[in-house]
Design a binder for this molecule. Structure first.
Ligand code: GLN
Length: 483
């Protein structure tokens, strides 16, 4: 049952082969057994989850179930969920019980899905290893000496360890795709604006996007059917017709044009990663695709551009955490200014403070033109590279991450090394494009390798088709860690 797809679970629930209460309880039992070792969840509320499961069973009995009714889904702790502790991985929100649901959460509630718990994450989604969480590092289920990636590392570990049927993540610079790659699962970052950001704690608003993480492209398509859609409470939410993301899964790939950017296959990628990626490309040729060599000349600037723009937006977004209305407040202070200062100094961890300082600096008078405006201009050039590339190909492929999962502590003292983990993913956020990662083999130390698939705007259904056909022909996505 822990290996069943979302479709199989939905069929079993509707056929009354299993109840949602039984299914939820088995996941809760497995979490009780394995979570202490993996630290994938920050908050688990068995009573709340089981009450939701009971309601789902009533809905199943009444015959009004949707595709995900009764299925236990984990939620990244960046999403506000009513009456749930919502920490964003930070001491700043260690006591914040959300009074409302994020749009994504209410979409899952309306679908009758079960909220199985809130998953661990890098503090305010800043990180690539899950080591910046106030709640401690998450362990990679394939090797608990190694990181799961970040910032959606708790979600990735929970999916890989079968501690939920599927889960949500968010991706500002790679935080869905990179942990998906490092944990051997599938993850999709949609086109910017497809999933509402309402109630999703903001990091860098022009880049942040929610998306599904799961064991297969088919599962991601079912998750997208719930998550995507217009929401008037988010001014960047796009007003588009509802799509069925499963509609193209079974199309053959004959004639598909895959663009391989030469910049992604240059120096920097590990030899073991390169081998797995090349084998995956060979598999796609067998499936009928043709290869086109393309170039994304400005993509090498994406990491520096991101580390100007994302901190700039973060410094502004995080100014709301001042210890006044909610969240952490320093126990001792002399006056109001001192209360702000101490609350922020004690409530935010080192990486978050570093980003606030960088962001404040690049936005300051005198540096604004030199850094922030310059970065905005290069961002446009990076996006334009993709527009040119899509004149020649249908999807772009390459590695998700330059290496497989590294050891806990290995990059902790070197922020630049850590930032380079996202060298292949960040350009996609800067351009607002959809991107995904699917497992495509194993590298040194038997750690999973992820293949990145980048689509054109709103091409999620095609990307899911491209991923699903690969998953019909290979079994990398169904390998599970021994626990
Ligand atoms: N690792 C990148 C960062 O630290 C991206 C994080 C994300 O996508 N949320 O900012």
């Amino acid at each position: 049952m822990f290996e069943s797809s979302l479709k199989q679970l939905g069929d079993a629930l509707r056929a009354k082969k299993i109840s949602s209460v039984e299914l939820t309880q088995s996941y809760l039992d497995r979490m009780a057994q394995l979570n202490p070792q993996l630290n994938a969840y920050i908050t688990i509320n068995p009573e709340t989850s089981l009450a939701q499961a009971k309601a789902a069973d009533a809905r199943l009995a009444a015959g009004s179930a949707d595709a995900l009714t009764g299925i236990p889904i984990a939620q990244k702790d960046i999403f506000c969920a009513k009456d749930w502790l919502t920490t964003c991985g930070s001491r700043m929100l260690h006591n914040f019980v959300s009074p409302y649901d994020a749009h994504i959460i209410s979409q899952f509630n309306n679908a009758g899905a079960i909220n199985l718990g809130k998953t661990n994450m890098d503090e305010f989604a800043m990180g690539s290893s899950n080591e910046t969480s106030y709640y401690g590092a998450v362990k990679n289920p394939w090797d608990t000496q190694r990181v799961p990636g970040g910032s959606s590392g708790g979600t990735a570990a929970a999916v890989a360890a079968r501690l939920c049927a599927a889960a949500t993540g968010t991706d500002t610079g790679g935080s869905i795709r990179q942990p998906a790659a490092l944990c051997g699962i599938s993850g999709l970052k949609p086109t910017y604006g497809v999933c509402s950001r309402y109630g999703m704690i903001a990091f860098a608003s022009s880049l942040d996007q929610a998306g599904p993480m799961g064991r297969s492209a088919e599962d991601l398509a079912l998750m997208m059917n719930v998550m995507a859609g217009f929401d008037e409470r988010d001014s960047t939410s796009l007003q588009r017709d509802k799509e069925d993301y499963t509609r193209d899964l079974n199309k053959p790939l004959t004639g598909l044009r895959i663009g391989l950017p030469k910049e992604f296959f240059a120096e920097g990628m590990g030899a073991d990663v390169a081998k797995a990626i090349e084998a995956a490309i060979a598999e796609y040729k067998k499936l009928g695709a043709t290869i086109v060599d393309i170039s994304l000349p400005n993509s090498k600037l994406s990491v520096p551009v991101y580390y100007v723009l994302a901190p700039a937006e973060a410094s502004s977004n995080l100014s709301r955490f001042d210890g006044v209305r909610y969240g952490y407040r320093a126990p001792e202070y002399s006056d109001l200014a001192d209360m702000y200062e101490k609350s922020r100094a004690q409530g935010f961890g080192a990486e978050v403070q570093r980003r606030i300082m960088i962001g404040t600096y690049v936005l300051s008078h005198g540096y604004y033109d030199a850094y922030y405006i310059k970065a905005q201009k290069i961002r446009r050039l990076i996006a334009q590279d993709f527009v040119e590339a899509y004149k020649q190909c249908d999807v772009i492929m390459g590695p998700t991450s330059p290496s497989t999962a590294f050891k806990l502590g290995e990059k902790g003292d070197d922020p630049v090394q850590m930032y380079l983990s996202d060298i292949y993913t960040i350009a996609v956020n800067l351009a607002g494009l959809p991107g995904m990662s699917i497992p495509c083999g194993f590298g040194d130390n038997n750690m999973p390798v992820g293949l990145q698939i980048i689509g054109n705007y709103f091409d999620e259904a095609r990307m899911l088709n491209v991923a699903h056909q690969f998953q019909l022909a290979t079994d990398w996505h169904s390998r599970a860690p021994q626990l």
